[in-house]
Design a protein around this ligand. Sequence first.
Ligand SMILES: *[C@@H]1O[C@H](CO)[C@@H](O)[C@H](O)[C@H]1NC(C)=O
Ligand SMILES: *[C@@H]1O[C@H](CO)[C@@H](O)[C@H](O)[C@H]1NC(C)=O
Ligand SMILES: *[C@@H]1O[C@H](CO)[C@@H](O)[C@H](O)[C@H]1NC(C)=O
Length: 332
Amino acid sequence: MLTLPLLLVAFFCLAAARPQAATIAPPQSTSTAKLNTLAQSIGKLYFGSATDNPDLTNTSYVAIFDDNTTFGQTTPTNSMKWDATEPEQGVFTFEAGDVIANLANSNGQLLRGHNCVWHEQLPDWFTAARLWVTTQAKYSWDVVNEPLNDNGTFGSDVFFDTLGVSYIGIALNAARAADPNAKLYINDFNIEGPGVKATAMMDLVTSLQSQGIPIDGVGFQCHFIVGEVPEGFQQNLEAFTALGIEVAITELDVRMTLPATDELLEQQKQDYQIVISACAAVPKCVGVTLWDFTDKFSWVPGTFAGQGAACPWDENFIRKPAFDGIALGFGA
Ligand SMILES: *[C@@H]1O[C@H](CO)[C@@H](O)[C@H](O)[C@H]1NC(C)=O
Ligand SMILES: *[C@@H]1O[C@H](CO)[C@@H](O)[C@H](O)[C@H]1NC(C)=O
Ligand SMILES: *[C@@H]1O[C@H](CO)[C@@H](O)[C@H](O)[C@H]1NC(C)=O
């Protein structure tokens, strides 16, 4: 049985511990940088953020998104994908994509169309290779998304299985015809560091070039894990630009196993800085797009169980140390 003094000690320990625990806030950003302005000041075309139509119902979110000193570019995460634009064969609905295109236009933000050909989001009825290209794009299009397996072979899908590798050239030529001024990209993941997949992507670019097929750039998705930005990322970007194309960081986020600790948030800040510094150092790395800027609308928790906190703004739109990492990477 506890004595009264012991009870008092226990009480005071608890009383002392409680408010202390409650007042420890996670570390936050201290930078006041305007990220798009900063990116442009070192010669980049933009710093941007992806967005999706449901996000735009939150007025606090929109107020941050609309500020073109922070975001000079956007990519619609879903609403320009094929199943969103042609849910039934022959029935096209561009409204959701138009909402984002019009918002970007009124904000003075560049638009990256995403994407024309991607095996992951084809409507069920889709059984033959067909091409869809809109004329909405203002800067660039991810014409072909994720064509390669991690071992560098071409992914099996309705396009490849029907047409072989020629589907990529068909898509690029169709995109050029539909939108002569847009930069045409192939976009993929696990090509950020040197390796078989990056080599296969370079071989693909070289092969397209030798056939006279238009290819302007390669998008590096950059869905990274804290502490695991691949070695040689910058050199790899340089190897791609040496082929005579531009590169862009198209879907950046840096996820962690939850809960987010101070240490993980600090490592994440460094990871963001490494990624941004690499793009900053490569003249033909034209810009960086976050795969949404807030944890509130991140795709990560829905895809990777137990992981999250991948974005530079938290779920309450408070800027995290990662924001400072971005500013530092751009030389602030
Ligand atoms: C950025 O937004 C401001 C304020 O809305 C606007 O005046 C300016 O024209 C925009 N910049 C561009 C490049 O459109
Ligand atoms: C490459 O990876 C794909 C997809 O995982 C697999 O189907 C294929 O057999 C692999 N090819 C080789 C040569 O390892
Ligand atoms: C917008 O998101 C913030 C942060 O999660 C939330 O507090 C707020 O209630 C939301 N506002 C609307 C209108 O949904």
